[in-house]
Design a protein around this ligand. Structure first.
Ligand SMILES: [Zn+2]
Ligand SMILES: [Zn+2]
Length: 87
């Protein structure tokens, strides 16, 4: 198994998987992001491991902070916004 980010060979106990794209990643390349989930009328925050490519901060770094809120609205939203991003 190879890390999808840096290409390092990984043994079974070193490998981690991105929560978004399921790519194998090593501990060095693993990043955490916080997603906001809406369950019924409650909102909660969950920390998930992701690869660099899926790190929302990478994608919105140059945008204003208010954009982050939209991107974080949910994991599903992140994926669908990628496909149909509106200006
Ligand atoms: Zn790596
Ligand atoms: Zn990923």
């Amino acid at each position: 198994m190879k890390c999808s980010t840096c290409g390092k060979e990984l043994s079974e106990n070193e490998v981690r998987f991105c929560s978004m794209c399921k790519s194998p990643i090593c501990l060095d390349c693993m990043r955490y992001t916080v997603v906001r989930k809406k369950i019924l009328h409650k909102e909660c925050f969950e920390s998930i491991p992701v690869c660099k490519n899926c790190l929302p901060e990478e994608r919105v770094k140059k945008k204003l902070a208010k954009m982050v809120d939209e991107v974080f609205s949910s994991v599903c939203d992140i994926l669908s916004q990628n496909a149909l991003r509106k200006p």
